[in-house]
Design a protein around this ligand. Sequence first.
Ligand code: ATP
Length: 473
Amino acid sequence: MIKRLSPQEETTDARNGGVELRRVVLDELTVERFDAAAGQAWCVLGGTRSGVDRFVSLLAGSEETFTAEVFKLPDNLAVVSFRGQQELFEQELRRDDSEFLDKIDPGTPARAFLQPGARTDELIRLFRLDHVLDRGYRQLSSGESRKLLLLSAISRGARYLLVENPYDGLDRKACRDFDRTMTELLQEGFGIMLALTSRADIPIWCTHLAVIEGGVMVLQGERGDVEQAIAAAEAAGSWVQLLGAGAGEDTAGEPETLVRLVGGHAGYGGKNIFSGLDLTVQTGQHTLVSGPNGAGKSTLLALITGDHPDCYTNELYLFGIRRGSGESIWQLKKEMGIVSPALHREHYLPGNVLQVIVSGFFDSIGLYNKPTAQQRRQARSWLAEIGLSDREKTPFRRLGYGEQRLILIARALIKLPKLLVLDEPTQGLDDRNRATLLDFLETIAARQISTILYVSHRQDEFRPFFRNHLELG
Ligand SMILES: Nc1ncnc2c1ncn2[C@@H]1O[C@H](COP(=O)(O)OP(=O)(O)OP(=O)(O)O)[C@@H](O)[C@H]1O
């Protein structure tokens, strides 16, 4: 029986200001025993549906109902998670006063999230955030807002940090800066814990490992011991047969110029982000876009997908049609499948998992058209392929972050679009799902079903099927 327990009442200073758990049981997660002292560097590993999300929300104080023999957290624990980042974004959206101000409300300035001080200034420099501090939170790029939230926690006096998938969404330089900062904090006696979905992300400075699988913490201890016990990498699944469930036919024909940007420029409020940018993507020219945080990768994709106002002031051709020549954006969007952190953040309309996937046929956020039986069957095949059949009727918002991401990818792919626009689509996915997605994209590339335009920071995602590499910044 689940008994309600107030974590606040039960929480006292744990030994060494760390985390101490005994027989903790909540929905979809059981932790028999877990001890993480301050000064230790922990990584808690778990795949997409392992229960690691639950572990993060348990420590974040977001799980209201659980039983525990011992539940001790450090007083000054701060949790930096995708969910927290998303919730903050939504709060900022709700607070948007644009209607009343008669101009765009930039929202809370980034600076307001930080407690001033010499240490904060040092970290601002280290994380290269100086130039974005006067921008509103919603105007930050995804990497910038991750760095800001981490800095915010440190500047407000946190002594124990739990960070979820920190390497997702940070460029290589920012990853190195993050590692350097964590190493310094450890030496100062901070406790650090990373929740990771990818084994490849375990940093060199990690001293202790725990593994969550099937809703149970199955391993925990010193890094060397746990590594020995971890089984070989899981075999990647195959999404290949689904290619036959969509349009079915290989749609390769005469090569077409899908995207042509001539001397492209984009900016915000008069500030230029890039200019003089030329990009041509022809059928089959799968293109990888990389570059440091804030270089303008998402801005470029938003230009192409018609989500940035500068799309009308550029010499931009999509599928041979000049933007701003009276074309219908809905017609153009029919040819594109899009997954981006922005879509994910703003995708908060009610709807169950099946409805979200089917909405991909109509390019709508929310399902307003009645799908055909065939469309529903196809959506179910996708669900089966990504291993989420049992979630068909679950409200989309109730899924973990990685699961939500998989659903959005299935939503983009269901109509087998000519151009597949993916802005860091593997953020929040575990190794198996990451590899599965990339294998699947490779198959799409090989059969010329869609041409892929892909933003990523991760070296291990730079697969050979990419023919073009655009480095911004
Ligand atoms: N609405 C906005 N108003 C003002 N500045 C913005 C707005 N949106 C983005 N920016 C700024 O434009 C720059 C480019 O942002 P963009 O999201 O394109 O970068 P990115 O290369 O995709 O970064 P990341 O790797 O962190 O996702 C950033 O410095 C960001 O702060």
